[in-house]
Design a protein around this ligand. Structure first.
Ligand code: NAP
Length: 248
């Protein structure tokens, strides 16, 4: 970042769309200088201009990209590990290793890399907060979803481990585990197939990205001694990863 700011800094990964973009808006509204990281910088730049924040290129699967991103962020009070997603749905017997590698690299190693790189800045802020967006898939297993559910379980364990390892440090940790949220998530999962993506949300009212962002904003805005450890939020129409009520 070139310009200094009096506002506390919040870093949001995967802020070019969906939950990340909505969270960037929410944290800017709360008075943070938001640093937006994603690969589609044309989208983050536009949002950064609107929010008076900073857009930086970021590919969480690329060590050099993460290093360059972190070196441009000397101070940070909040990190939202949001970059992630799913690729495909297939039984384990037919698992596509490329898709699995994408999910593990993005959700698990991406969260690990960014967190490691920004941890010194978060600790030295004196009041750091790491929010990691996992999923109900971090708590449940479902047929044809093992690539994603295993990655989200692993991402969550990295985050939950830090909750213990950082005891005594001025850093809070909040895991946000949403159910169905209508974003670009299903479009990415089904390789741009809009019809398949729409079917995921058919007949029910899913969460919006803003619903999740408001909850993240609530966790971040509690007093420093209050740590919301885990928040699971789902549409009223959804009881579990595999059970939902759909109107015909
Ligand atoms: P989305 O609209 O597809 O957003 C995903 C974001 O992640 C995008 O901004 C994308 O930006 C970024 N991203 C993907 N790969 C990246 C990489 N290698 N480096 C940097 N950024 C990367 O989906 P979303 O629903 O908002 O997803 C946000 C998070 O919520 C994900 O972790 C997802 O697993 C989780 N989640 C979603 C749902 C749901 O139903 N939607 C439910 C539970 C949890 P670029 O493509 O520009 O890089």
């Amino acid at each position: 970042m070139t310009s200094s700011t009096d506002r506390p800094v919040a870093v949001v990964t995967g802020s070019s769309s969906g939950i990340g973009a909505a969270t960037a808006r929410e944290l800017a509204r709360q008075g943070f200088h938001v640093v937006l990281g994603a690969r589609r910088t044309e989208l983050t730049k536009e949002l950064a201009t609107e929010l008076d924040g900073t857009a930086l290129p970021l590919d969480v699967t690329d060590i050099d990209s993460v290093a360059a991103f972190a070196s441009a962020i000397p101070t940070a009070r909040v990190l939202v590990n949001n970059a992630g997603g799913a690729k495909g749905m297939a039984p384990v017997a037919e698992a596509d290793e490329e898709q699995w590698r994408w999910m593990w690299e993005t959700n698990v190693l991406g969260t690990l890399r960014i967190t490691k790189a920004l941890l010194p800045a978060l600790i030295s802020s004196g009041d750091g907060h790491i929010v990691t967006v996992t999923s109900v898939a971090a708590f449940e297993a479902y047929d044809n979803g093992a690539g994603y559910t295993s990655a989200k379980h692993a991402q969550a364990v990295v985050h939950r481990t830090l909750r213990g390892e950082l005891l005594g440090q001025p850093v809070r940790l909040t895991e946000i585990a949403p159910g169905m949220v209508e974003t670009e998530f299903s479009l990415v999962r089904f390789d741009g197939n809009q019809e398949k993506a729409d079917r995921v949300y058919a007949g029910l009212t899913p969460l919006t990205a803003e619903d999740v962002a408001e909850v993240i904003g609530f966790a971040v805005s509690r007093p420093s001694h209050v740590n919301l450890d885990t928040i699971v939020l789902k549409p009223r129409d959804q009881a579990s990863a595999t059970r939902a009520f759909r109107r015909s």
